[in-house]
Design a protein around this ligand. Structure first.
Ligand code: IMP
Ligand code: MG
Length: 185
């Protein structure tokens, strides 16, 4: 088997709940506007929003980071901007993973231009990779090693997104075999 279980769903659920409680406390009476980066952040956004509880607003945007398979980075294409007015709001970007950080940096730069009152980032996973310039991740829920992962919204070419647990791919694994094995996880 090329995949090993890295984080159990039974650990993810309470961690997201705790982060939601923390965010609620940090923002107090100021309702945050959560902006989820689709498609990977969708399950995390749903669970986090429920844990924060109203008052909070939810918006989504769609971004594509080019690179097939497990290649990270490349060109970032904005497919859809947030379906909400960010001006003067306390915006919390909700992302699946902080990897090279290029996607998040581009998202932060783009949203900042809309004039939010504050802008912070929540990431389900923070990958332990060396980065030239670090971005502040206000809420990073789990640290993961520098391996490719699927599950909890993260995919390999569309596969594995809906898995409740997070699985790590063996380094150097052949991609076609890795993709085929996802169906058996
Ligand atoms: P970046 O390298 O930080 O720009 O990551 C770009 C995007 O690639 C992230 O938003 C994820 O959607 C995706 N990504 C990065 N690392 C992984 C991974 O280990 N598994 C699945 N998707 C990933
Ligand atoms: Mg993403």
């Amino acid at each position: 088997m090329l995949w090993t279980k890295l984080i159990e769903a039974s650990a993810i659920v309470p961690r997201i709940r705790a982060a939601g409680v923390q965010i609620r406390a940090d923002y107090g009476a100021e309702a945050p506007l959560l902006v989820g980066v689709l498609e990977g952040a969708a399950p995390f956004l749903a669970q986090l929003a429920e844990a924060i509880a109203p008052p909070r607003d939810i918006a989504t945007m769609r971004v594509r980071s080019y690179g097939a398979g497990i290649a990270s980075g490349g060109t970032i294409e904005f497919l859809r901007d947030p379906d909400a007015n960010l001006f003067g709001r306390h915006v919390l970007i909700v992302e699946d993973i902080y990897d090279s950080g290029r996607t998040l940096q581009a998202v932060v730069d783009r949203l900042r231009r809309q004039g939010p009152q504050s802008l912070a980032v929540a990431c389900l996973l923070v990958k332990a990779v060396p980065r030239a310039a670090a971005l502040e991740i206000r809420y990073g829920l789990f640290r993961v090693p520098d391996v490719f992962v699927v599950g909890a919204g993260l995919d390999l070419d569309g596969a594995g997104r809906s898995l409740p647990d997070i699985w790590a791919l063996a380094p150097g694994a052949p991609l076609d075999e890795a993709r085929a094995q996802i169906a058996r996880l």
